[in-house]
Design a protein around this ligand. Sequence first.
Ligand SMILES: *Cc1c(COP(=O)(O)O)cnc(C)c1O
Length: 354
Amino acid sequence: MIPIVHTQNSKLPSLDFNNIPFGTVFSDHMFYAEFENGKWQKMEIRPLENLSIHPSNLAWHYGQSIFEGMKATKHQDGTPMLMRPEMHAQRMNASADRMCMPNMPEETFIEAVSALVSLEADWIPPAKGSALYLRPIMFAADEFIGVKPSSKYIYMIMALPVGPYYATPLKLKAENEYIRAADGGTGEAKTAGNYAASLYPWKKAKEEGFDQIMWLDAKERKYVQEAGTMNIFFVIDGKVVTPATSGSILKGITRDSIIKVLKSEGYTVEERDITIDEVMTAGKNGSMTECFGTGTAAVVIHVKEVGYKGDTITLDADQFKVAPFAKGYIDSLRNGSIEDKFDWTIKLQQQVKA
Ligand SMILES: *Cc1c(COP(=O)(O)O)cnc(C)c1O
């Protein structure tokens, strides 16, 4: 059992469930643990609070920091649910391995997430498509100037209620100059530096009127990789196509779920290399009917335009069929309104509060 220190001052009464800004509203508690002397310690759930960090903190200087993003939702009957938490536990450990950081046992991760979600169940917005977004983070805690793997780490999980995500369709810039990740680099890890490095090209793309970047491979700027911080899908000649995860593409869990859902519904899904030339050609001759990004936060976001070297293709996002079907299916699994034949969801016993 993970010990719980309860807040004396819940902020829940001030939450307006119909109007939740994304990314700024946090639930009352967080999971906290420290890694020291080769083991996890001081594990507890406690009121969300500021940390006191020494200015020489290794993570701040050299970026040894990783995170995850997952969701807890409410079943129609009110029970809190998780979806594929073991996948997030495994990916956090894979990110940790790449960044020379300790693993947290899968059972411990799932126990921590379950305990936090059970405690914060009243923070889960009930409407379909809304969720309690969970943000695990681990970072170096040594106080030391010099590049080395830290010996101490801090691990936290915070929880943010989020409403249904009504994203407007995106204009993507196929980025011909800057890259997100190269083979042999850190593209497969959810590590802080990847996101810092993407800010400048994203800023330039926005100045050119785009919403996000379509990343191309680092070597030839030829193969499509991702869309912003999402995986990317196309529908071409009725087939669903997504880049194979080659070593520099983040292995999205939503990507994996959508591939499995679409295959089970009889769609042809191809995981393969797809060139930007194929995308532009298929967009122009009309054989490409959809393009969308996938990720935990939004599930699916439609793409209505792709720009590449001054050339533009447009898509009629109102006519998309596969993308809204995939989003609807995942949202329905997450609120228990369809049968979970994949056995992905876990209902949590709600804890009685002290
Ligand atoms: C997290 C992330 C994704 C999406 O992964 P999900 O598991 O579906 O949330 C895709 N690309 C990048 C770069 C990411 O960081």
